[in-house]
Design a protein around this ligand. Structure first.
Ligand code: B3K
Ligand code: ZN
Length: 883
């Protein structure tokens, strides 16, 4: 059976898009808030599209309808029809006002979509999550992003239990009511789609800052959290201010309300949400303090704060016509955040991290049964499409466009896009059209990137003709078939390149008919299946450096020799390209080691890195990255039959060769020097030192485990920062050190009241190697602080285990698969979004070696057979099983 035809999960198709027959111009919402039950009155001021005849049909799920009136008159039961997911009303006309009153049950809402309770009944607070389709769990409404309405929201609640009442928009009055109740009203002057609606009500504390926009408006910035963590919000406030300034400078975008509220919650399905004027954050991406936050987490807080803020223009002021256009706001906003983070931190490290993430998360998606285009053509459950493809690959597509237009042209295009589409629900065609129009260029060939799933493979051949002093690069592309897309077209692939002389100099480029004559870097655009590019006046065979800056999201199949890659690793001036050459060389070295091939690549990799380690020519953070081979997930992508144990063992062996080449003494000395300089400071240099220290300690553990464990135990005890503490604890756990148990117990005691730190406590223990890992997971889920109801906790245990410890999760007897499958079934009944996302950990099952493959298939099938699975999990499971 084609799962997509299952009657319970209708397929939504891009090609079926129709403009709404009914719009809502204005909506007035009145909430009577309570933990167990809340009541919502909605008055919708309706507009009818005169060209369409469809009856008024509103989305609504899980709502108890208490009353309904049209133009002031209560409707009798014969004038409307109510189903599980919709309300159809007779007699509405253009200009009619429909009033409904419904009851919701926030405390019983474990899906964390719509209105729900965060924390306990006694002390927790109420909040909403609407994207993508949560608003229909709050009231009856055309819950689609192309219906833009002005919102007036009035909240009523008990003053003692809910002293703080917030909604999106500007405050428009508040006051006391009889019986210990109070009210507050918010008016949002900017028409918005329902997915950007939000409210928060409860006992919260705040920090505030006054901000004046570049165009002179006063804005009050307010960050809210529960009282015990309000001191941990200052870093986010600074990051918010930096983001606002940056968007003014880089894109000329100013904030547009009198207030900007941000709220932290521990109960959230994703990272954060850009609701207009009232961003809501998973506490993980808002709270930060030196005692419990790692360096990586600090950067993540800054990035997510920026991302949500940037949505105010790329997403909110210009929104999406339909959910197929999701990357219009997400890919673009990820790209804007990447630019911002590069400006705030090290551009090459940021690029390295982003490309590593793309390879770890998006390439496997593109290569597996869940492959979909950046603009998918159909879905059953839109929440399953908030993926690395839509976000990260989407951002790479914007980066290609930005590169194509150059920074001035891109800015001109973006200005034009915002101006043309402000207050509209736009499409990707609108976006490419505006960028192209502002630059008198036709960018429509790039639409093919949005429609085609799968990662293109770029093959490169270099031929040197000494007699003619010519170097010819032959570039060709092909993309493997993906589910439902057997045929693939050639795409425009910008290949930024340079040629190096054998002494490490960059050569000036000479080509017939190209403006870049004499430049050292040039972008070749491959837009056919195969093309040749000829460089003249080349005195000796050069070393090509291709895809510089990762100029296109493709898999490079080059034929560079180990010597050539080692040359780039040693000499390329750009940190990213240096790393990239090192990664390619590491892959060759790994394969040589595994296949017992020629030692050349292994020796070249070890020599180049030990030289860089000794001569101090690169920054500590970059050195740490250079000394890290591609991860196990990335290495698995290159195998036809994946055996995670073997991949782990060979990768360890490769690192052992590197550690041996550098030498125990040199590692020890560097570790001691870095340890002596340890501080809890957050400046770039201190962070870089911690990064390198961690890497050095990991390499030491491969040579003299006892010694490294003793150092790790000491580092754990003396650590002035969470980064050092967690790095030490990770080494203790991964090497199964005798000191591990005491450190784990200590960490638990120290952070008993800090849920985010406790997540790290769960997470680190999932990294135990070998068969012991499953037993440990089972112990951990019996821990009193484990719960399937909290997404962060679920991800810290099962997500971290299944994704970051392949050798632990993929046990040959299938024990890991059975446990995950069982828990997914239970989780699905509570929170389908989280269950569906976690289930994607099975994505690569078809390429496992036969024994594990059979076990994995049995576990997925047993999940598929469970009765009553959600639409979310059904879609993921069926796609994974679909041939
Ligand atoms: N737009 C939200 C994600 C919503 C996910 C809904 N399942 C956060 C973000 O990307 O900024
Ligand atoms: Zn986003």
């Amino acid at each position: 059976m084609n799962p997509h035809n299952a009657p319970s999960s209708p397929l939504i198709r891009l090609s079926d898009y129709r403009a709404p027959a009914w719009r809502v111009e204005r909506v007035e919402l009145d909430f009577d808030l309570g933990i167990d039950a809340s009541e919502v009155t909605a008055r919708l001021h309706l507009r009818r599209d005169p060209s369409q005849q469809a009856p008024l049909r509103l989305d609504g799920e899980g709502l108890e309808l208490l009353s309904i009136a049209l133009d002031g008159k209560p409707l009798d039961a014969g004038s409307y029809r109510l189903s599980d997911s919709a309300l159809e009303v007779d007699g509405a006309q253009d200009g009619s006002v429909l009033e409904t009153r419904v009851r919701l049950l926030p405390a019983a809402n474990t899906a964390l979509e719509g209105l729900y309770l965060s924390g306990s009944r006694e002390t927790g607070f109420l909040l909403t999550q609407c994207e993508a389709e949560g608003f229909r769990h709050i009231t009856f409404f055309p819950d689609r992003p192309d219906v833009l309405a002005s919102y007036t929201v009035t909240l009523h609640a008990d003053r003692e239990r809910f002293p703080v009442l917030l909604a999106g928009g500007n405050p428009d009055g508040a006051g006391n009511l009889e019986g210990g109740r109070h009210w507050a009203r918010f008016v949002d002057p900017h028409p918005k789609p329902s997915y950007l609606f939000a409210l928060v009500a409860g006992r919260l504390e705040k920090i505030e800052r006054d901000y004046v926009t570049a165009d002179g408006s006063d804005v009050k910035l307010v960050i809210w959290s529960e009282a015990n963590v309000i001191d941990r919000c200052h870093y986010a406030m600074d990051a918010l201010e930096r983001s606002m300034r940056w968007d003014e400078l880089a894109y000329g975008r100013n904030y547009d309300l009198d207030v900007f509220h941000v709220v932290a919650t521990h109960d959230f399905n994703m990272g954060a949400m850009e609701n207009k004027g009232l961003n809501i954050f998973n506490a993980k991406y808002l709270l930060a303090d030196p005692d419990s936050t790692t360096d990586d987490e600090y950067r993540a807080v800054e990035a997510v704060v920026a991302h949500e803020y940037f949505h105010n223009w790329s997403g909110n002021r210009v929104t999406c016509r339909d959910w197929f256009q999701l990357s219009l706001k997400e890919g673009l906003t990820v790209f804007r955040e990447q630019q911002f983070s590069a400006d705030m931190n090290s551009p090459s490290l940021k690029r390295i991290e982003d490309v590593a993430l793309l390879r770890r998360a998006q390439f496997p998606e593109d290569a597996g049964p869940l492959a979909h285009a950046v603009r998918p053509s159909q879905y059953s459950e839109i929440n399953n499409f908030y993926t690395a493809t839509v976000y990260e690959k989407g951002s790479e597509l914007i980066r290609m466009l930005a590169g194509r237009l150059g920074s001035e042209g891109f800015r001109r295009g973006m200005d034009h896009y915002f101006e043309r589409n402000d207050g509209r629900a736009a499409t990707l065609e609108d976006f490419l059209g505006a960028l192209g129009e502002a630059n008198q260029t036709n960018l429509s060939p790039y639409l093919a990137w949005y429609a085609q799933a799968g990662t293109p493979r770029l093959k490169v051949r270099g031929d040197y003709d000494a007699a003619r002093r010519e170097y010819t690069l032959t570039l060709s592309q092909h993309t493997l078939a993906t589910s439902g897309q057997p045929e693939k077209l050639p795409l425009p692939i910008p290949v930024k390149l340079a040629l190096f002389a054998r002494d490490g100099r960059m050569l000036p480029l000479h080509m017939d008919g190209h403006a870049s004559e004499g430049q050292v870097e040039w972008v070749a655009v491959l837009d056919k299946a195969e093309q040749r590019f000829v460089f003249r006046n080349v005195d000796a065979e050069p070393v090509p450096s291709l895809l510089r800056g990762f100029s296109a999201p493709v898999i490079l199949e080059g034929n560079s020799t180990p010597t050539e890659l080692a040359l780039l690793l040693r000499h390329d001036v750009d940190g990213f390209n240096r790393w990239e050459a090192g990664q390619q060389l590491a892959v060759s070295a790994y394969e040589a080691l595994r296949d017992g091939g020629d030692d050349g690549a292994i020796v070249a990799w070890c020599e180049a890195l030990s030289a860089l380690f000794a001569d101090g020519a690169v920054d500590d953070a970059l050195l740490a990255e250079l000394m890290t081979p591609p991860g196990e997930v990335e290495l698995a992508e290159r195998e036809h039959e994946v055996d995670p144990d073997r991949i782990h063992a060979w990768r360890q062996a490769l690192q052992h060769r590197l550690a041996t080449r550098i030498g125990a003494n040199a590692l020890q000395q560097r570790y001691q020097a870095l340890a002596a300089a340890a501080s809890g400071r957050l400046d770039a240099n201190s962070q870089a030192q911690r990064r390198l220290k961690r890497r050095v300690l990991e390499l030491m553990a491969l040579l003299d485990t006892d010694d490294a464990q003793a150092l790790a135990a000491r580092q754990y005890e003396q650590a002035p920062s969470m980064t050092d503490r967690l790095a030490a604890l990770t080494v203790l756990v991964r090497t199964d050190a005798p000191q591990a148990a005491a450190a784990i117990a200590h960490f638990r005691g120290r952070y008993a009241d800090n849920p985010l730190a406790l997540d790290k406590w769960f997470n680190v223990q999932t990294q135990r190697r070998g068969a012991a890992s499953l037993a440990r997971i089972q112990e951990l889920e019996r821990d009193p602080s484990f719960t399937l109801r909290n997404p962060n906790r679920v991800n810290a245990l099962f997500g971290a285990w299944a994704r970051n410890n392949p050798a632990g999760f993929h046990q040959a007897d299938g024990g890991g698969y059975r446990l995950l499958s069982e828990r997914l079934g239970q989780l699905d009944a509570l929170n389908p979004q989280i269950a569906a996302r976690l289930a994607t950990a099975f994505n690569g099952w078809r390429r496992l070696e036969p024994v594990r493959r059979a076990q994995a298939k049995a576990a997925i099938l047993s999940l598929a057979e469970r009765p009553g699975l959600s639409r979310n999990l059904t879609e993921i499971v069926q796609s994974m099983l679909h041939d």
